[in-house]
Ligand binder design. Structure first.
Ligand code: ADE
Ligand code: ZN
Length: 318
């Protein structure tokens, strides 16, 4: 894999079955089974919500600072070995706060792993996600309670069930985040239509769109994304697993996105659930879509230049 950045990964989605079992045992918590193979059989999804249901149950094993540290340290070690230079990692506080876990605990564990990673040469930062199906008031409440920890994350994102929860609901929350100097991204156009991508750009002022696949259905939107070179963080194996792309990877819209001159890059989303990390995603698209080395180099470089690292840091990578 060419040197690249991972800009679309949910730390909770890196919870491998082996770690899931170990944390459940360490914390004395139940699981539907303690057999990794049986647990993995649940990883067959018909749509985004099927995945979110399992993901939401599994995160219950994360309770202590050490648990969050172990989760992030495992992920970072895995992608460092793959040659990733920079990682911007989503975390989902609502699901943990609702279980009585404190923001201090979550952030202390994640931040300790990120600090070690930086010292080892893999640059990393956190992006806090609002859970869109909880609504705008919950998002504003989360932003309020997170601002005292503002130095421990660089931006905000928007994830979870998309359809029925358009970006427009979160306009005020994103305006406030922008006023606080936070970077802004949002999932849009994964299951939701092109209008969700328009709203993310025009109403939330996002600097990147997470997924964005359905933007291709709207020629005016494609033109806008191309003209402004708004990055789309595409996750091919996620799209296959959640059926947000055709069932065969060889029919994935990535080549069309490249052909249209869009600023696309490749990421893993939830690698423990969707069959692979960022390097596995690169290997799969290279194999199945017949991309040239120049094309994969461009995808890898797009991620580095679309990252929120400092210009000096980026200059050292590209
Ligand atoms: N949370 C974790 N992965 C997600 C995805 N692919 N879409 C929406 N929310 C998510
Ligand atoms: Zn995602």
């Amino acid at each position: 894999m060419h040197p690249t950045a991972e800009l679309h990964v949910h730390i909770e989605g890196t919870l491998e079955v082996d770690l899931l079992v170990r944390l459940a045992q360490r914390n004395g918590l139940p699981l539907p089974s303690f057999d990794p193979d049986v647990l993995r059989q649940r990883y067959r999804f018909g749509k985004l919500q099927d995945f979110l249901d399992v993901y939401g149950q599994n995160v219950a094993v994360l309770r202590t600072e050490q648990d969050f540290y172990d989760l992030a340290a495992s992920y970072l070690a895995r992608v460092r070995a793959a040659g990733v230079r920079r990682s911007e990692i989503f975390f989902d506080p609502p699901t943990h706060l609702a279980r009585g876990i404190r923001m201090e605990t979550i952030l202390a564990g994640l931040t300790a792993a990120l600090d070690e990673s930086r010292a080892d040469g893999l640059s990393a930062d956190l992006i806090m996600c609002f859970q869109r199906d909880l609504g705008a008031d919950a998002a504003m409440g989360l932003l309020d309670m997170a601002l005292p920890f503002r130095d421990q994350f660089i931006g905000v994102g928007l994830d979870s069930s998309e359809v029925g929860y358009p970006p427009s609901l979160f306009t005020r929350v994103y305006a406030r985040a922008a006023a606080e100097g936070l970077r802004r991204v949002a999932h849009a156009g994964e299951e939701g239509g092109p209008e969700y991508v328009w709203e993310a750009i025009d109403l939330l002022g996002v600097e990147r769109v997470d997924h964005g696949n359905r933007a291709l259905e709207d020629a005016d939107l494609v033109r806008r994304l191309r003209d402004d070179q708004i990055p789309l963080t595409v996750c091919p194996l996620s799209n296959l697993a959640l059926r947000t792309a055709p069932p065969e990877l060889r029919d994935h819209p990535l080549p069309v996105m490249i052909e249209e001159g869009l600023n696309v890059s490749i990421h893993s989303d939830d690698p423990a659930y969707f069959g692979g990390y960022i390097d596995d995603n690169f290997a799969a698209v290279t194999r199945e879509l017949g991309l040239s080395s120049a094309q994969t180099a461009t995808l890898a470089r797009n991620a580095l230049t679309s990252s929120f690292a400092s210009p000096q840091e980026i200059a050292g990578w590209v």
